[in-house]
Design a protein around this ligand. Structure first.
Ligand SMILES: Nc1ncnc2c1ncn2[C@@H]1O[C@H](COP(=O)(O)OP(=O)(O)OP(=O)(O)O)[C@@H](O)[C@H]1O
Ligand SMILES: [Mg+2]
Length: 250
């Protein structure tokens, strides 16, 4: 049986006036893949994710998430995915538990399923020590784990994580990725952006984006070999610098 693609993107663009934030990108992500959506600052990663999550209308092109059309079926998409936005999305005055309850209700879950799912996630993501504290008082690593918990409440099969470990220390980052690995083993598709190249190495495939375009796609090791780079960081820097130099000459 061939796996159904989790995400398809075909010639997708988003312009802001005359500025091409996303400029005709195409990509396919298979169900169960851990896909690293990398790129320079301002490359268009968040803009792309927002279009895929049904939060921003594309200018042109097409795309599907979980088989649903990003133009016409945004509501079905929202039910099928978990999304951790780049900006912290939890309510600071509410405790972890209260945040989970709030979002659970927003997903249409009833009180008892919210309670049992909260317990399950607290166990799995190791939230017990801080779940009763207002999220404002939590260190970033804990908050991000809680935000991951919120995104998993309704058992989505596809996760969009926009820089989930930004500002998180190496120990917490490792723990966070251990959880992502476990989810991937259960068949959850993880579509993740990161600026940490050690994390990019954990991904089955990555793409590298610059100024609205996808410059490269492939398995990390295969791309390192192809470009004769020492490691992913060197590959990333060379590709981005190469594009900058080409732009300067043009
Ligand atoms: N609503 C908007 N109006 C105008 N320009 C926007 C808007 N949203 C994004 N942009 C611009 O589009 C470009 C791409 O932004 P985006 O946030 O998608 O980049 P990114 O790849 O996520 O960057 P980062 O790694 O810094 O998060 C940026 O130049 C940004 O300023
Ligand atoms: Mg971004």
């Amino acid at each position: 049986m061939t796996e159904r693609p989790a995400v398809t993107i075909d010639n997708l663009s988003r312009h802001f006036d005359s500025f091409k934030a996303v400029d005709g990108i195409s990509l396919e992500v298979t169900s169960g893949e851990t896909f690293g959506f990398l790129g320079a600052n301002g490359a268009g990663k968040t803009t792309t994710i927002r279009m895929l999550c049904g939060l921003l209308a594309p200018t042109s092109g097409s795309g599907t998430v979980a088989g649903f059309d990003i133009y016409r079926q945004a509501e079905e998409i929202k039910k099928s995915i978990g999304y951790m936005s780049q900006k912290f999305s939890l309510y600071p005055d509410l405790t972890g538990k209260e945040n989970l309850s709030f979002y659970g209700a927003a997903y249409g879950m009833n009180g008892s399923s919210i309670a049992s799912r909260t317990e399950e996630l607290a166990e799995r993501l190791d939230l017990h020590d801080f779940i009763d504290r207002p999220t404002r008082s939590l260190p970033v690593g804990w908050r991000q784990r809680l935000a991951l918990g919120v995104s998993l409440l309704h058992r989505p099969r596809i996760l969009f994580l926009d820089e989930p470990t930004s500002g998180v220390d190496p120990v917490f980052r490792r723990k966070f990725w251990k959880i992502l690995y476990e989810l991937a083993e259960e068949g959850v598709t993880v579509f993740v952006t990161t600026h940490y190249m050690d994390e990019a190495e954990y991904c089955g495939r990555i793409s590298i984006m610059h100024q609205g375009k996808i410059v490269e796609v492939g398995q990390p090791f295969e791309l390192i070999q192809k470009h004769r780079a020492e490691n992913l960081e060197e590959l990333f820097i060379n590709l981005i610098n190469g594009r900058e130099a080409a732009n300067a000459e043009a």
